[in-house]
Design a protein around this ligand. Structure first.
Ligand code: 4NP
Length: 147
């Protein structure tokens, strides 16, 4: 069984959405992959995903309401096969925590021409979340097709 951990800054907008999108694909395609998410900061521990991410997930037919923010830790998370950073700063922060560089990648490396998934935390409209959703979905589909 392969395991993939998605990592952003707060673990309330981008990485829970990546986790939710991956769960849906894994369920539909019956893949032997487990996924989780975490944040490099401890700012939103135990909080549900941000409203925009919860709403955009619902619009696409699934819920991420039960996910809760947690902080990335090399002690808890070193057993994942792949650690997927949502942007370049997340990538650098993950490496500085001591994770093995061989298993850390950016989501942007999967069908997104290396692009960072922008932080949507301060967006007020749903358009921003839809754009972030589309990017994450494309990256996650690519990633899962190679896993
Ligand atoms: P995320 O978004 O990294 O996609 O979960 C953010 C959430 C919270 C903050 C920044 C980004 N914040 O500054 O609190």
């Amino acid at each position: 069984m392969q395991s993939i951990l998605f990592v952003c800054l707060g673990n309330i907008c981008r990485s829970p959405l990546a986790e939710g999108i991956a769960r849906e694909i894994i369920k539909k395609e019956n893949l032997a992959i487990v996924v989780d998410s975490a944040g490099t900061s401890g700012w939103h521990i135990d909080e549900p995903p941000c409203e925009g991410s919860r709403m955009v997930a619902k619009k696409h037919g699934f819920s991420i309401d039960d996910l809760r923010g947690r902080r990335l830790s090399v002690y808890a998370d070193d057993s994942f096969d792949l650690i997927i950073a949502l942007d370049s700063k997340n990538y650098r922060d993950i490496l500085s925590l001591g994770f093995d560089k061989n298993k850390v990648r950016k989501l942007g490396d999967y069908g997104l021409d290396g692009a960072d998934v922008p932080d949507p935390y301060t967006y007020r409209d749903m358009e921003g979340f839809e754009a972030v959703y589309a990017m994450i979905e494309r990256g996650v589909r690519h990633l899962l097709s190679k896993s």
